[in-house]
Ligand binder design. Sequence first.
Ligand code: BES
Ligand code: ZN
Length: 850
Amino acid sequence: MQTAAPQKIYLKDYTPPAYLVDSVELTFKLAPTTTRVLSRIAFRPNPDAQSRDFFLHGEQLKLISASIDGVSITPEITATGLTHTVPNAPFVFEAEVEISPETNTALEGLYMSNGMYCTQCEAEGFRKITYYPDRPDVMSVFTVRIESDLPVLLSNGNPAAKGDGWAEWHDPWPKPAYLFALVGGDLVNHPDRFTTMSGKDVELNIWVRPGDDEQKCAFGMAALKKSMKWDEDVYGREYDLDIFNIVAVDDFNMGAMENKGLNIFNSSAVLASPETSTDANFERIEAIIAHEYFHNWTGNRITCRDWFQLCLKEGLTVFRDQQFTGDMRSHAVKRIDDAVVLRAHQFREDNGPLAHPVRPESFVEINNFYTVTVYEKGAEIIGMLKRLVGDDGYKKALDLYFDRHDGDAATIEDWLQVFEDATGRDLSQFAKWYSQAGTPRVSITDSYADGTYSLTLSQHTPATPDQDEKTPMVIPVAVGLLNDNGDEIVPTRILELTEATQTFTFDGLASKPVPSILRGFSAPVILEHDQTNAERAFLLAHDTDPFNRWDAGRTLAQDVLIQMVREDATPDTAYLDGLLALLRDDSLDPAFRALALSLPSQDDTAQALVDAGETPDPTAIYRAHEALTLHIAQHLQDTLPRIYADMMVTGPYTPDAVSAGKRSLGNRMLTLMSKLDGGKQASQQYATADNMTQQLAALASLLKIGKGADELAAFEQRWHHDRLVMDKWFGLQVSCAAPEDAAKVAAKLTEHPAFTMKNPNRFRAVFGALKGNTAGFHDPSGASYDLLADWLIKLDALNPQTTARMSTSFDTWKRYDADRQTKMKAALQRIAETPNLSRDTTEMVTRILG
Ligand code: BES
Ligand code: ZN
């Protein structure tokens, strides 16, 4: 057990830094277990400070020497930092510390991955590199010298000088320490150039290990150039250094990191080729490259005052990367994809023990707050703001934001103030989206009389941990009205719901219309609307808003599934006929049709049952999903081969959205056909596919019907040398396993020679897939709970951040029956009681247990 309760940090306790930093000079003498870091930091008292205490963060550092203004000192050192008396005037602090990158398995600070040195400093990793005020409101200009025999030595900013065994970098833009980065390795680059809108020539590089990775940079490079252009065109922001470097590393806790001028990427988030990457991989890579690039303005030029403001950079940057993907691909499909993620993960978080506001009020470990709530709900808040103030208002506000706050460490208050100043709108009630946790429920009643249609909307947000009392939010509800023929008689308008209950009227209507509510998913809320299946089938067939058209099918599917779980019912034919009509409608985008044909996840169905006041049984939900998939396959049987054939793109693979949409619908057909043909078509697709998208989908279709053993072996044989492809091989077996086998399959894979806990991608491949196999994870034996707990306990000693993140697999424990609850709780308690459990994981399991 933890000896002392971990310290909680509160937003309300914020105080300005006691000292500011004018400049930092760092020298790194790289060595695997004995890297020396020399620092020379010019401090000056902060005129706005409330104290003169001098404290520098520092963890796991061996201090060799320190001085102030050239006079050697012996500072007082604790587990978290260093203190000493200092002059009441500007002074220079110097130190030399020793660190051990090779033994750094937490992948935070300076560490080694495949013989390459790299860093990850966000959020609080710089303090593992040297003593420093490691807080985002201390911004400074960094000059870095790296000494090493490795051929490639990189840091932030522009290259300053280099020679044999050393290189120097200078970053002219003041930045917080979390944006510091360093890379040293035997790397090759994929170079390119970009000319900015003001005519500045920028050198671009993607750095990878020599080998076949070199062939996999072209797509990422193209995505980078598109991102640079888009930010100029849409936000008027151009790049501000002579060089932009991206480095791919295999061992990385997250997807990627926006270090100034030197982005570091998980290799899975940048390397791509048709043979090794799926369409989904290509799309994710394009989005992540854009996201990290966009941080150059939203995050780096304007950063966060403190970590409670994390959504200021992440919510906004996610919103920007979503806009970008919509512009590059399809707005309708992107909106649906984002809503699926939000509902599956953010609503789940909001409904459970980990619920927290988009701007949390306290934390123990900030790494635990890089959540779907901060990110995706944070992005939704910006979407709502834009809907409320309009496109022009949004543009004015953003221009003012960049003007007013360039170079600042800003807050959510600053952000909202620019919207108020640019548009004259009072946002005091809207601001509650940042402080009130939980997903609002909006319920609908309507009536029609004498040509007037009345829509009454009521809002209610359920209690969340630490927040019992909720008050009404500002909810933009986009509504359109259709007549019985499916014609749009009232085009989309935004109703602003600000009170607990409000009625909106529409006049001059000849008959009672069919409402289409929350078009485009205009707010991150749950609609409670008692519609009949016939009304939903009507919207599925006719809604002019693509999001709501899709959503009508989704709600219908969910209702059908719930009926099937409750009473073994056969599915409503209105739904099946609706799907058939949609599938046959060749005027519809294949990607959209594929989405309309997909079912809600089993976890979504479990949540829907909880919302209906029932205790979900994952095994019964699994059976209902299987049964419905079979019913759909049978009902569409005659059409499947025709659409499948139409969707087989000929010619060389390209990852563009149109081709990917076709493959997506084709693969959906394949999954359904496999339920009927014993996997004949899937075996053939596996054998002939020239790209990973179709090969992997074929293999998945086979595994899901209990076949594919030979293909699985052949796949391993062919791809054993490629880590990223092998991650798919590991993951697929677990996600496609029958529920009763999932734990066994996962356990067996942990004995495979290529399984390693030290690589987060590999660990997540197995255990992320186990969580994703909902019925398998919740198998009544409890075997998956035990297996995951065993491995999280082992992983915590090496990598607390990834362990804490993965412990959220247990966050739904209160949903389930007494037996499952007991088993999940026991697993959580076993983790909680592990000696020397990290602060990260301790905080998470404590919160999950409640
Ligand atoms: N700043 C984050 C990376 C990060 C996250 C650093 C957590 C430290 C702790 C980066 O900008 C980011 O958000 N990356 C995402 C991908 C993005 C497309 C949402 C990631 O890594 O998953
Ligand atoms: Zn980010």
